[in-house]
Design a protein around this ligand. Structure first.
Ligand SMILES: NC(=O)c1ccc[n+]([C@@H]2O[C@H](COP(=O)([O-])OP(=O)(O)OC[C@H]3O[C@@H](n4cnc5c(N)ncnc54)[C@H](O)[C@@H]3O)[C@@H](O)[C@H]2O)c1
Length: 328
């Protein structure tokens, strides 16, 4: 699909990821970008920088209300299905979170079928794999291993697996092309406090700015695959532009970064010599807490030609520069 001159809808348009997808679409010459959000979690502030761009409309709408979708999707070539509840808000309100992640996805795909939108790019998650076992490299064929997951994470994983199955179903039965993108831990400018794994970055940056020591769980050896939101946005737009359909693709750096390394980068960027403090919080809601997380990005590189471009040092520098301009 051609992005230039195309017409697109982003559900959850006021989200961390949605706002960056909008930026990428506009940079590539899209003619129309509708940002649909009910502001349950996001706020119009996330897309305030797009005010005044005549190609953009911010629509207050709910993916649980099909009428909202039919109106907003009219004339769309493609839809980015980004609206959703992450593990933390889903654990806090499972009834609404499951409705949004599951029923909201059905509604989104139904509306695509109804208006004749050609393609959907769905925001899934590496949470669909569950707890990694041993040292295996996780590619898209890896089976879900959810038995050891905390209940909130398990519900979130299951809701994303259902979303992926719906994407495949609508591609097979209704000719709505679709791709599921499985992100690792997304961080970057306009970062919020809802992504449990990215909290380490923003909370510790805020602590250091207040003159407080960064705090880390355990001995700081917990690893994550941190992917910058600009790389995630680029993957979304490349997925929309491609002819690939019915596939799930990891959107990951394939690099393990310890939370200790994150704290060191933050201390380095801020020029602080505060000591790192460690704590134990076994009951915290966590998506993953592994000492090893080996993810493969071979498939997306092969089928879309996508590779991450923003290093963790550069990404954290961008995030902290943005955060420094925000009120406390
Ligand atoms: N942030 C991550 O690390 C990460 C990792 C993997 C997958 N994802 C997925 O990517 C998507 C976006 O993540 P994010 O971090 O930008 O999240 P976010 O919390 O910033 O965005 C979710 C958006 O969806 C909107 N929303 C919620 N319910 C809605 C409804 N009923 N109708 C319309 N809009 C609604 C919220 O207001 C919010 O703006 C989510 O689906 C999430 O599950 C995120």
């Amino acid at each position: 699909m051609r992005i230039k001159d195309g017409s697109f809808v982003v559900t959850g348009g006021a989200s961390l990821i949605g706002s960056h997808v909008a930026d990428q679409l506009l940079a590539e010459g899209a003619a129309k970008v509708v940002l649909l959000d009910n502001f349950a979690l996001g706020t119009p502030a996330a897309v305030a920088h797009l005010d005044g761009d005549s190609r953009v409309s911010l629509v207050k709408g709910d993916i649980l209300r099909t009428a909202d979708l039919f109106d907003a999707f009219k004339g769309a070539d493609g839809v980015f299905a980004i609206a959703g509840f992450l593990t933390l808000p889903l654990s806090q309100n499972p009834s609404l979170g499951l409705a949004v992640n599951v029923e909201g996805m059905v509604n989104t795909l139904e509306a695509c079928r109804y208006v004749g939108a050609k393609k959907v790019v769905f925001s899934s998650s590496i949470a669909v794999y569950g707890e990694p076992e041993g040292d295996a490299v996780i590619d898209e064929t890896f089976p879900a291993n959810l038995a050891g997951y905390q209940p909130g994470s398990m519900l979130y994983s299951c809701s994303k697996l259902i979303g992926e199955a719906l994407i495949k179903l609508y591609a097979q039965k209704h000719g709505v092309d679709g791709i599921a993108l499985r992100y690792s831990t997304v961080y970057g400018e306009r970062q919020h406090y809802r992504g449990v794994n990215a909290l380490t970055i923003i909370q510790n940056y805020d602590r250091i700015r207040r003159g407080e020591a960064p705090v880390l769980p355990g001995d700081g050896s917990e690893v994550h695959d941190y992917i910058h939101v600009a790389d995630v946005a680029r993957a979304n737009v490349m997925a929309m532009a491609s002819d690939v359909s019915g596939e799930a693709l990891n959107v990951v750096t394939a690099e393990e970064t310890t939370v200790k390394r994150i704290a060191e980068i933050l201390l380095d960027i801020t020029g602080s010599d505060l000591p790192i403090e460690y704590y134990d919080e076994p009951k915290a809601v966590k998506a993953t807490s592994s000492a090893s997380l080996k993810l493969s990005r071979d498939k997306i590189e092969r089928v879309l030609g996508w590779k991450p471009e923003v290093s963790i040092e550069e990404g954290i520098r961008r995030l902290t520069e943005w955060r420094a301009t925000q009120p406390d």
